[in-house]
Design a protein around this ligand. Structure first.
Ligand SMILES: CCCCCCCC/C=C\CCCCCCCC(=O)N[C@@H](COP(=O)(O)O)[C@H](O)/C=C/CCCCCCCCCCCCC
Length: 211
């Protein structure tokens, strides 16, 4: 799997995510996540609980996208409108729609914030920087606040086993370390834009705390 992975592919998917009028295409959003998961699958069994959860969420969204109401799931904007108009989102726990598209995408959206922080940290890191520390700091500033103690501890244990900075740069398949840093500089504004558009949409519709 590591041979197929490339930072360029992630970059291309997040680039394709944005329509001319700045809507976010779910098809490319989940393709970007699939690419990231294929990378995470090379990191060893301690990461498999994370990758399984990400795959479950990707599959839920894929099912909506290819289902009979698939046209409503073309963009994050159309999904939010469709699910809210048709009362398909549980705004509190214990409702009829525990795995709505809005709720499922919110989990990946929070993880995208982690990715944004982690990649920015990698981009500006120095030779002595530790990936485990960068990963952990990005996690604590994003996903950790939404996850219970046990998951946080398991995640922290997994982070300790991450390969070093050089190995990370190599596996990105994007050339020399300087070239990887340059590509990260191009990719990050796109990832940030996708993140911010989704964040604003969810905030406007009071969806940021979906159970
Ligand atoms: C250029 C490439 C370099 C970076 C490559 C990074 C590859 C990362 C790939 C995937 C990231 C993981 C996405 C995780 C989604 C988590 C969604 C979530 O928050 N789920 C929780 C809540 O769901 P519900 O219970 O409400 O349905 C769920 O409880 C979580 C379970 C699993 C633990 C999640 C820990 C997240 C850690 C994220 C850091 C990944 C570290 C990868 C290291 C490179």
């Amino acid at each position: 799997m590591a041979d197929c992975f490339s930072l360029q592919n992630i970059f291309e998917n997040f680039k394709s995510c944005l329509s001319d009028n700045k809507e976010v295409y779910i098809k490319y959003y989940i393709a970007g996540w699939r690419e990231l998961v294929s990378f995470m699958n090379t990191l060893g069994s301690l990461f498999s609980f994370i990758s399984k959860d990400a795959v479950t969420k990707i599959q839920i969204l894929e099912k909506f996208l290819t289902g009979e109401n698939g046209t409503h799931y073309t963009t994050v904007q159309s999904m939010v409108k469709y699910e809210l108009d048709n009362k398909l989102v549980d705004l509190t726990k214990g409702g009829n729609y525990p795995a709505s598209g809005c709720r499922t995408l919110l989990r990946l959206h929070r993880a995208l914030r982690w990715l944004q922080l982690f990649l920015e940290s990698l981009r500006t890191s120095t030779e002595n920087s530790k990936t485990s520390v960068m990963c952990s700091e990005a996690y604590n500033a994003s996903l950790a606040q939404h996850q219970p103690w046990l998951i946080r501890k398991a995640a922290e244990m997994a982070f300790c086993t991450l390969p070093g900075r050089d190995a990370f740069f190599d596996v990105m398949n994007a050339g020399s370390h300087q070239e990887v840093i340059a590509l990260l500089g191009e990719a990050l504004p796109l990832i940030s834009e996708v993140y911010q558009i989704t964040e604003d949409l969810y905030a406007k519709n009071n969806l940021l705390d979906l159970p």
